[in-house]
Write a protein that binds this ligand. Structure first.
Ligand code: FCB
Length: 477
């Protein structure tokens, strides 16, 4: 297959652009009992009946704890310059605090050395959702103490791995932890309590601020940032004069999805349109917290998967492909899936232009701040064909379109420094278990065998050229 359009036009990325792939500890490592690791909230949650599809757990996952040299070989064979992985807090502090587990640190040293030997740098995320269960037993992110323990952990990891890690990411998608983990209870730790959720927002952000300071003390000069997942909220104007209503709904949805975590980090305050039920109460916000949270970062990581579209409608009497809007929105507005947009098998809308819009918006909100797309990708119904290959054309198309949006944004002046595909490997997709495959490399879970998919060759070609061909007019899928 060739990726070049008849016109042969190509879009280049800035010189020195970082090309990477991302994973997270609980989703790939397995070996949950190895070398003194303590239990995390995901070990506990995945064992609760009915919480994870098929009763899947991360006990074995991709077994990257043992197979990391092979994974490093794959990254090298694709010509990628950076690997975004996460550190498992309960491997380092099995009970969340107190006694440090040297064997846990040694694992990440070995991983980073294996990467370095192959010319790949490491971007380490400190918290990608696997909170030590012992801390959850004391309230988890709903209590302030967890933020202080997070800073201790950041400091220990910084001191031990600071010479090997190129870039630090404090938190991954804190809004998902708050909304799915503490408000709806459909992710670990499975709490469904609005007050705990609002508290977890503030305490995660405080943890980010404290960990940033701790890392800076432990590793002077190291770049530190945070990864937020962002959802562009797009309204479709309506002929019946609902423009104001739609604009108010847009502000509420944007504060809910984006501003609730972005504004404290960039501007030191929670956005005014945040629905009251989601707002951390003033009693939790101590003097100095917002200054810590908004201490300048060296870069911002953004994960992009899908947009949210709003239009006038009746939430109580919804039509096909219409959904209730976020809580706090006045009546008369619905979320909807525009007919012209396809969905993935997660039922997530595919809208590359949403990525372009977000990048432009962030570059206006934080002029000059380097931006990284720290996750982007799609799940698909991948299978090994009789020739032993995985021809994931839908994923090639998805990546091509989204990379085109990135290249356009960079061309239009956005300070985009890198892109990480989600994910290097098929892995444990949280409440969906192993059913949803996001990898550019197929994992045969019973054996652990890795089979690079067609999309990995596409991605490697783009990384090598540091440019993408223009989008074809039609796609083979
Ligand atoms: C993101 C998570 C990541 C993965 C992708 C599909 O929200 O950060 O771990 O599950 O979604």
């Amino acid at each position: 297959m060739t990726y070049v359009t008849p016109s042969g036009e190509s879009l280049a990325f800035p010189e020195g652009f970082t090309w990477g792939a991302a994973t997270a500890a609980y989703q790939i490592e397995g070996a949950t009992d190895a070398d003194g690791r303590g239990p995390s909230v995901w070990d506990t949650f995945s064992r609760l009946p009915g919480k994870v599809r098929g009763g899947d757990t991360g006990d074995v996952a991709c077994d990257s704890y043992h197979r990391y040299p092979e994974d490093a070989d794959i990254l090298a064979s694709l010509g990628l310059s950076s690997y975004r992985f996460s550190i498992s807090w309960p491997r380092i502090f099995p009970t969340g605090a107190g006694q440090l587990n040297q064997a846990g640190l040694d694992y990440y040293k070995a991983l980073l050395d294996a990467l370095a030997e192959r010319g790949i740098s490491g971007a380490a995320t400190l918290f990608h959702w696997d909170l030590p269960q012992a801390l959850q037993d004391q309230g988890g992110w709903a209590v302030r103490d967890t933020a202080l323990r997070f800073a201790d952990y950041a400091s220990a990891v910084g001191a031990a791995l600071g010479d090997r890690v190129e870039r630090w990411i404090t938190l991954n998608e804190p809004n998902v932890v708050t909304d799915l983990g503490y408000l709806l209870g459909i992710h670990a730790p499975g709490v469904a309590d609005a007050a705990a959720a609002a508290a977890s927002t503030h305490h995660q952000l405080l943890g980010h601020g404290l960990a940033t300071a701790a890392l800076r003390a432990a590793v002077p000069g190291a770049p530190v940032g945070i990864t937020l997942n962002m959802t562009p909220v797009i309204v479709t104007p309506d002929a019946n004069g609902s423009a104001e209503l739609l604009e108010r709904a847009r502000l509420v949805a944007d504060a809910t999805h984006n501003g609730r975590f972005l504004d404290p980090v960039l501007f030191g305050c929670y956005p005014e349109h945040t629905p009251a039920a989601l707002m951390p109460p003033d009693s939790l916000i101590r003097d100095g917290d917002m200054a810590l949270i908004s201490a300048p970062i060296d870069f911002l990581g953004m994960n992009y998967y899908r947009p949210q579209h709003l239009r006038a409608g009746d939430p109580a009497n919804r039509r096909l492909r219409e959904y209730p809007p976020v809580p706090g929105t006045e009546d008369g507005v619905v979320e909807y899936y525009p007919d012209h947009l396809e969905t993935t098998n997660m039922d997530w809308l595919i809208d590359p232009d949403g990525l372009y819009q977000l990048l432009v918006r962030l570059s206006q909100d934080a002029p000059g701040l380097p931006l990284y797309v720290t996750e982007n990708g799609r799940a698909a119904e991948d299978y090994v064909n009789p020739d032993g290959k995985v021809d994931d054309l839908e994923r090639i198309k998805y990546l091509h379109q989204h990379l085109e949006a990135c290249a356009r944004a960079a061309r239009d002046g956005v300070n985009l420094a890198g892109y990480y595909v989600w994910s290097l490997l098929d892995n444990f997709e949280w409440a969906y278990g192993y059913q949803k495959r996001f990898g550019i490399v197929y994992v045969d879970f019973p054996t652990g065998r890795r089979i690079p998919k067609a999309s990995s060759a596409f991605y490697a070609a783009v990384a090598q050229a540091n440019a993408i061909p223009a989008l074809p007019e039609t796609w083979p899928v």
